[in-house]
Ligand binder design. Structure first.
Ligand code: ASP
Length: 441
């Protein structure tokens, strides 16, 4: 029952208690009132977990419990859609395409768990401010956590965004889990060519019904940006600071989640943010962004080849991993090397062999900031000689997505040229991150 077993399960059953119900627990020392939370499969079975009224969870040892009393049965919360109201005003037409993640989830306060339960129209009803910005349509394309995104999802999403923009929508916001939002943003950046409007991906670190949620402020700012920004392309919008006033709009190819939990987890890497959305106003930071434009040249290259790997090199890594990948049919590898782009000397002959056999091998750096340079040390020069191609200051995950996209849409004879071309701001002409300007500052 809800992950409980043995004597604890019997005690709950005898008192007609299930996860989600509010109960009072009397122990030898004191009394607790809270909501019963289900146990995880591998959690110790000796504890009853309660979410207390102050929001904290506690585990109460079964052998300390004298009695329990049911106070309130769980009844699921419901959301009332106000969609019709949104459509009555004379405003631009926009769409929210929902893919899942925390922004499309809500905490079940009864159980303390986060569930992917919000539909796109639920999102509209919990963020009524959207009604003042646009006539908003909503579509739930996927309902998944972003750790489950695959290149096939990128393809479906790219086609969907292409459809909406081609139909004349003036704003497109994609809600997405934060874990792999950077990968999807890169995928859309490459797949959509000459996008007429800004496509804005947005997520949240806290689900929309937590008091500290960043969901509605992010969503509202993303909608404003997609409809009002003077530039086009694919962007990620998230908090730029812990407060709700300042949002950063990042290039889809230059953004990484750099913190597990902070609301301002996303930062532009080797680039400044494209724009800041602060106190309701958009300030454009990068001056060479493509302008909003008519849809006449809008095009789509939506395919991604899955036979690509992203490998972080580590001390004493067995280079046979590369032969193994080649044997499994891998067509391209993006390496995250040390420092300027190095791997151990013993890996180089193996890389040379797989390059000769037709595998594309590219080098990025696990340093995060700065550029790969393979001309400084012997190791780098040996890698160049082995046929490994340096990718300047491109983020490893962007390089991985780009390689998958190149192999999915172009012949092998084009791959090197396309990988070296600056398609969607994935290379910065110089590393434009200023000294001292780094995460957390
Ligand atoms: N694991 C979740 C996801 O990426 C986290 C989030 O949504 O922020 O879907």
């Amino acid at each position: 029952m809800d992950g409980y077993s043995g004597a604890l399960k019997r005690l709950l059953e005898e008192n007609n208690v299930r996860a989600g119900d509010v109960i009072k627990v009397i122990t030898e020392e004191r009394e607790y009132v809270g909501t019963v939370i289900p146990r995880y499969e591998y959690a110790s079975q000796d504890f009853l977990t309660l979410k207390l009224l102050n929001g904290y969870n506690i585990g109460i040892r079964f052998d300390k419990i004298l009695s329990i009393k049911l106070i309130e049965k769980h009844s699921p919360p419901s959301f009332k859609s106000t969609l019709l109201e949104f459509k009555s005003k004379n405003l631009p037409h926009a769409v929210i395409v929902s893919t899942g993640g925390t922004i499309a989830s809500r905490v079940d306060y009864r159980t303390g768990g986060v569930r992917p339960a919000l539909s796109a129209s639920d999102l509209l009803s919990v963020v009524p401010e959207l009604a003042d910005i646009a006539k908003v349509d909503a579509e739930v394309l996927f309902s998944i956590y972003s750790e489950n995104m695959t290149p096939s999802h990128w393809t479906v999403l790219a086609r969907k965004v292409h459809d909406y923009v081609s139909k004349g929508y003036e704003g497109v916001v994609v809600t997405h889990g934060t874990d792999t939002m950077g990968y999807t943003a890169a995928a859309l950046s490459f797949a959509l060519k000459h996008t007429p409007i800004p496509i804005v991906l947005v997520g949240s670190q806290r689900s929309s019904d937590r008091p500290s949620s960043d969901a509605s402020s992010n969503l509202i700012s993303a909608m404003h940006t997609s409809i009002e920004a003077p530039f086009s392309g694919v962007y990620v919008l998230m908090h730029g600071w812990v407060s709700d006033e300042r949002m950063e709009v990042h290039l889809g190819t230059k953004v990484r989640k750099l913190h597990t939990s902070r609301r301002d987890a996303f930062k532009s890497v080797n680039s400044k943010p494209a724009a800041i959305y602060e106190n309701g106003r958009l300030h454009v930071i990068l001056d060479d962004l493509p302008k909003r434009r008519p849809p006449s040249s809008f095009d789509i290259f939506p395919n991604f080849d899955e036979r690509v790997a992203l490998i972080k090199f580590y001390p004493n890594m067995d280079p046979e991993i590369f032969s193994y990948l080649h044997g499994k049919g891998c067509r391209g590898i993006v390496l995250e090397g040390f420092g300027l782009g190095h791997v151990s000397s013993r890996a180089i002959p193996v890389l040379k062999k797989i390059v000769r056999d037709g595998v594309f091998v590219f080098m990025t750096s696990q340093c995060i900031f700065g550029r790969v340079r393979l001309t400084v040390y012997d190791t780098g020069r040996d890698l160049l000689e082995a046929g490994v191609i340096p990718l300047e200051d491109m983020l490893p995950e962007t390089a991985f997505v780009k390689l998958s996209w190149c192999l999915g849409n172009f012949g092998e004879d084009k791959v090197l040229d396309v990988m070296k071309a600056n398609i969607a701001y994935e290379y910065s002409s110089r590393t434009i991150l200023e000294e001292g300007e780094c995460f957390g500052k």
